[in-house]
Each structure stands twice: as structure tokens, then as C-alpha cells.
Write a protein that binds this ligand. Structure first.
Ligand code: TXA
Ligand code: MG
Length: 330
């Protein structure tokens, strides 16, 4: 029997959700759609189940997981310090693609957070994710549903290709609409710090909080305050190069050392090349983000080299730019 179950993304069949909830309650693994990317879920209160997530993904034990909750009230139980900022942000952006890092309460097993004193919490907006959280009445620990270091899944078939039967059930609720992972905001220090940019950008957060929000200067050499943020993350199998202009692209396409290679191009706006497989993405950061990973999955399947056009300056592009830079670092 296949482990893939198709559900209506808006009104998922209650019996499918019940089956998924039973698997979670019994300590199993369920991949499910969220608005950002698909998650690989297990009960966040069950250390053994959480360990299965690390094993299935081949994820290093120092990389903590995000815990998904149905509501701010459910989040409060998992932290010892539900701050004013947390309440303000949760009321404004939840359900949605914002993850808050707060002090971890004893209810949350240490391996969820890779033994850090903190926990990352998010209430997803996707109706399937919400129905699942309601049905199992448990917080669900869920990283993106891909093997460690691969491109995140925005469709159920990406999950199936990456994890196959390492997961007990995959709920197929169609394509993710946001398309890149949530913004991760650390609220445990003196000032709020974005550990991972996403579709909710720095200016928006700072406006709401009424104070500056810092961006974590993350690098492989830097301090590991967000241990998962290794720069070689989200990387296609193919070699990746980033280019700025169409003339630079033309030069790259003529480079002798690439002459024999199958080339894919991800361009911003129109790009006319018969030499390569081209996917043109639009100049709106949200529409771009929604298509980014699916485009990378497609190009990765047919290319040895992927050339990605750089995106504009500005905080609304931070999330996309971050993923492109990561895809390009080796
Ligand atoms: O949109 C998302 O956030 C998706 C969906 C499934 O919700 N999840 C996701 O999870 O992207 P994952 O595991 O692929 O990324 C989690 C990120 C990692 O960069 C990790 O280091 C960071 O969140 N993180 C988790 N817990 C943390 C903590 N306690 N302190 C700092 N960073 C944390
Ligand atoms: Mg991930």
C-alpha cells in the first residue's frame, strides 16, 4: 500500500486526518503540507518519536526542530517566558510563516531543541496542518520533509522522492503557497534577531514591534546560535553559479569548461537561451518564493549546472536571496 494520501487542501477528509493523527499519537512520522514547505511531523512530547525524525532525515543532532502548535495558548505551555513581544507577534502573524524562539519549558524533550535551553514555536496556517494539530491535540515537531541538506519540499512528490518509505504517511495537499521556510525570530536576547529570513521580512517585524530587529550574520565560521543554518543547506545536486546580468549569463554559457554540461537557468524575468533549460520567475518576491524550490527541483533533475540570477536589494527579498546564496555555496 502506498504511504501517500491525497487530501483536499481546503477541506481535508476527516478520516484521512484521523489516520494521520493516530500515527502521530502512536509515535510515528507523518509528512504534511504547511503554507511554507512540507513538514516531517512527530509528537513533540515524545522523545523517541522525535529521534525518528532525526534518523529519517539524516539530520545532525545539533540542529533543533520547530514545534508546531494550534494556537498561542498551546505555545504558552511550551515556554517558560511568553513575552509581550511573543504575544504581540503571535496575535498578529499566527497562524502564519513566523517561528518564535523562546525559553523552553520542561514539557518539551531536550532532543527537540538539540539540548538548547530554547524552543522554536510556530502556528501554521495551512488547513491540513491545522486539522492535524486539532485532531491529535499534541504539539508537532516538524522540520522540512527532506533528507538533510537537500532542497525543501513544496509538493508531496518532493517528499516521496526524498524520504520514500522512511515516513509512515504523506498527506498530499498540493503545492505550498509561500514556498520558502518560515522566518525564524529569536526573542530570547536583548534585541530580536532574525535567525532565518522568510516571507515576513525584517522591516515588517520591526514596524510592528516598534524597535530594531537584527539580522543574524550567519556563516559556517560564525557562532552557532541557529545551529541548522549551515551555509550548505537547501543545495541542489547540480553545481550552482549565481549571476547578475544577462550579459554575465551569456559569458557563462560560452565558458569552455561548461561546454559539455547540461545547463539550467533560473532567471528573473525573460531570458532567451536555446543553450539551456530556462525557468523564468517574476519580479515579485512572494510569487518568486512560491515557485523557487519547485523550479530548483525541476532544474536539478535535468541539469549538471544551474545558473541562478541574483535578486534585487531590499528586505522583502531577504528570504529568497538567502536561499539562493545557500543553494550556491558548496
Ligand atoms: O516553514 C518552516 O519553518 C518549516 C515548516 C515545516 O514549518 N520548517 C522548517 O524546519 O523549515 P527546519 O527544521 O527545516 O528548519 C528549522 C530552523 C533551523 O534553521 C533551526 O536551526 C532553527 O529553525 N531552529 C529550530 N529551533 C531552534 C532554536 N531553539 N534556536 C535557534 N534556532 C532554532
Ligand atoms: Mg530544512
Amino acid at each position: 500500500m502506498s504511504n501517500l494520501l491525497v487530501v483536499d487542501p481546503e477541506h481535508p477528509d476527516p478520516s484521512a486526518i484521523r489516520r494521520a493523527a493516530e500515527i502521530i499519537a502512536a509515535g510515528g512520522l507523518v509528512a504534511f503540507p504547511t503554507e511554507t514547505v512540507y513538514g516531517l511531523g512527530a509528537s513533540a512530547l515524545d522523545a523517541i518519536a522525535v529521534n525518528r525524525i532525526y534518523q529519517a532525515k539524516g539530520r545532525p543532532s545539533f540542529n533543533p526542530l520547530i514545534v508546531h502548535v494550534e494556537s498561542p495558548e498551546a505555545a504558552r505551555l511550551l515556554t517558560t517566558e511568553w513575552t509581550e513581544s511573543a504575544a504581540l507577534l503571535a496575535n498578529h502573524f499566527w497562524p502564519g510563516p513566523l517561528t518564535l524562539v523562546l525559553r523552553r519549558s520542561d514539557l518539551v524533550p531536550a532532543n527537540v531543541s538539540a539540548s538548547l535551553p530554547t524552543v522554536a514555536l510556530r502556528s501554521p496556517a495551512h488547513p491540513v496542518a491545522r486539522a492535524l494539530l486539532r485532531a491529535c491535540a499534541l504539539p508537532i515537531a516538524a522540520p522540512s520533509a527532506n533528507r538533510s541538506n537537500e532542497i525543501s519540499p513544496t509538493r508531496a512528490e518532493h517528499v516521496l522522492a526524498s524520504l520514500g518509505d522512511r515516513v509512515d504517511l504523506i498527506l498530499d495537499g498540493g503545492a505550498a503557497t509561500v514556498g520558502i521556510e518560515s522566518t525564524v525570530l529569536d526573542l530570547t536576547g536583548d534585541e530580536p534577531v532574525i535567525l532565518r529570513p522568510g516571507s515576513i521580512d525584517r522591516d515588517t517585524l520591526s514596524r510592528l514591534l516598534g524597535r530594531p530587529v537584527a539580522m543574524h550574520a550567519d556563516s559556517v565560521q560564525g557562532p552557532r546560535s541557529s545551529p541548522g543554518m549551515l551555509s550548505k543547506h537547501y543545495a541542489p545536486r547540480a553545481e550552482v553559479r549565481i549571476f547578475d546580468s544577462v550579459s554575465e549569463l551569456r559569458e557563462l554559457l560560452q565558458t569552455e569548461k561548461f561546454a559539455a554540461k547540461r545547463i539550467g537557468v533560473l532567471s528573473l524575468g525573460p531570458c532567451d537561451s536555446s543553450r539551456a533549460t530556462v525557468i523564468e520567475l517574476p519580479g515579485d518576491p512572494h510569487v518568486y518564493a512560491a515557485a523557487l524550490y519547485d523550479s530548483l527541483h525541476r532544474l536539478d533533475a535535468v541539469s549538471e549546472l544551474i545558473l541562478i540570477q541574483n535578486v534585487p536589494e531590499g528586505t522583502e527579498w531577504d528570504g529568497v536571496r538567502d536561499r539562493i546564496v545557500r543553494a550556491g555555496s558548496s
